[in-house]
Write a protein that binds this ligand. Sequence first.
Ligand SMILES: [Zn+2]
Length: 171
Amino acid sequence: MIDQLELVLPLAVEWACEQEQRILLEGEPLSGSELADANVVGVRHPERVRILPVEAIPSPSHPILKAASEQIDLLPSAPSGLTLQYGIFVRGDCRQDRHLVVHELVHTAQYERLGGILRFLRNYLFECATLGYGAAPLEQEAVEVAARIFGVGSARAPRAAAGALASGSLG
Ligand SMILES: [Zn+2]
């Protein structure tokens, strides 16, 4: 699977860039309280972030990407949010879920810290392929930072843990 990452990565980057562009064009800027949250989690350019509510989070249609994301358990089966650098998809029924938005903003901060879409995805895909989505350190960080801000354990942790088990044999 690790060997296949080099094949998958350029396709994933292309898809992520396209989706980010779409969100930046069609999405809405952060509200005042969301800008404050973005600052707290360390986003350097909160003013660049756009959120696009959608009925269902898009997933790649390219056959190789599709196969890879199924194999390495890249996303939970019905994700409520997905962050592509400054573009954040949220499911429409979760738009007011502050916990979810904070979680996704942590991912935006990670894209900034790691230096863009290619570098983020290289790390994220590698982590998901070797450890599983739920145990990936980049995912753990988002769960932990959101939990710290809200002072509670994340409701998403159990589902993420199940994802990690499902992909545990693929590394
Ligand atoms: Zn996440």
